[in-house]
Design a protein around this ligand. Structure first.
Ligand code: ZN
Length: 233
């Protein structure tokens, strides 16, 4: 286990919840940060508090390590970007060959803000859920992007930060396997019932894999991952 602490970029979704459990297994001190950027699915900001509360009560061994939660307001990002994550427009592929849910610069900004917070909090590792396996085509989720930014942050802050992305090469089915290995059935239940994935912010329809519209790309990825994982177990 690392003697240092970690800051987890925690949105309240499935991936970042698994990243949080992963960090709680490895670090004696873990803090969390979330970003309010005018996302349509702002319900995730409510759900992330519920997930944190349930982790504290369901997993006392992790709760002792789980420290402060922080929220950073990035409303300007929502105003700058005309995307399907921040505006009521259709979720589709754009002429640039990227999904309309791509918010340019979002993950780059998140990591810089997280590093600034981690610097102040004395935390040397950033843990984030970026994934290039069955990702949604976001260029800022690629391992190459993350490595380049890790180097830029170390230079710009004149301090080494590890940017850890435990899901980088893990597909959505294997993410459920990872959750099962980390926290067993109680963590699977917590992720199903309380984490939020749906881009439209829908928490009115219930499925085996959790709440969501069931139609948007995020719901479809989560549903497919669940189906593949269930078929294996
Ligand atoms: Zn959805």
């Amino acid at each position: 286990m690392s003697a240092e602490g970690a800051l987890v970029l925690f949105s309240g979704g499935q991936d970042s919840t698994v990243c949080l459990a992963w960090a709680l297994e490895r670090f004696p001190r873990v803090e969390t940060v979330g970003f309010a950027y005018g996302q349509r699915h702002a319900v995730e900001l409510t759900q992330r508090q519920i997930v944190l509360d349930r982790i504290r009560t369901t997993f006392p061994q992790w709760g002792d390590r789980l420290g402060s939660d922080h929220t950073i307001e990035l409303a300007e990002l929502g105003r700058l970007s005309e995307t399907a994550l921040t505006r009521a427009t259709e979720i589709a592929m754009t002429k640039a060959g990227l999904p309309s849910t791509f918010v340019p610069g979002r993950n780059l900004l998140f990591l810089v803000y997280a590093a600034a917070l981690a610097y102040r909090r004395g935390l040397a590792s950033l843990v984030a859920g970026m994934c290039e396996t069955d990702y949604s085509g976001y260029p800022d989720c690629r391992a190459d992007t993350i490595r380049a930014q890790e180097e830029a942050i170390a230079l710009g802050f004149d301090r080494e930060f590890a940017v850890l992305t435990p899901l980088m090469y893990v597909d959505k089915a294997a993410t459920w396997t990872m959750a099962d290995e980390l926290g067993g059935a109680p963590l699977i239940d917590l992720i199903r019932e309380e984490t939020h994935t749906c881009y439209l912010g829908d928490r009115t329809k219930h499925h085996d894999w959790g709440w969501g519209c069931g139609e948007c790309p995020a719901c479809q990825l989560r549903a497919n991952g669940w189906a593949v994982w269930k078929a294996q177990t």
